[in-house]
Design a protein. Sequence first.
Length: 277
Amino acid sequence: MTLTVLVPSSLVREAEDKREATRKLGYVARAATVFRADRLVVFSDWEGERRFGGEFVETVLRYAATPPHLRKDLWGRRDELEYVGVLPPLRVPSTTGSESADSGSLTQGIVTEVGPDGRVRVNCELQHPVSLHVPPSMEVAEGARVAIRISSREPVRARIVDEPLAGFDVSRTDLEEALGRADAGVRIATSRFGEALTTTRLPELASRIEREGATVVFGSPGRGLPAILDITLEDTVEPVDGPGFDLWLNTIPRQGSETVRTEEAMFASLASLTLTE
């Protein structure tokens, strides 16, 4: 199962300052981590952006998703990262196993440079960056997270392996492109104007998501998906225009607040949608 979560570039439009915006993005990253999202995608909502836009959102989320031991070397000092000290820890295990000639420890690395002949330069928990071959089954780009099997540290013996990693990848792309992926699974738009998620409906939907995976899309504070997509409220369940969704769901049918913050909606929605039998 692949779980992809989409948030708009206007995600922090109501934040009063950079500290508050950073803290909000930290809770978004926490939700993606807690519910084992594979991808966290930022899609464009230019009209809804205010002081902090898509580049800020993507940068802070990428930083949050970077293993702590790699952050200093990879990111250095950037204006967008001024208040990353307020980010809550994700506590994603980045190293497993024990060193041996047979298997070695599995750790995470970040590709910092793509070179010729199928080699890339990788920062990981080793003292210095290393140049490694990319397995034929993989395609990697600069900034990608990769799994590295370390069998020896002195001398260094390490290799990139095509194995799943804990944590999530961050990217920025168009909504239509994200929904059109072959592994998008069940494409769900979350909105208070969608169909209410009930205990009767949930078992069938959760079972389908467990089999097919899901792409779950959220709006921003004060600007839900209907406004972002310029869709009238009457059309949200089966909209005439806009990208193709399989479902428009109200995952908090009894909300007591006029608006639900994106990070709150993520926790509430993913808690239900990732249930298993």
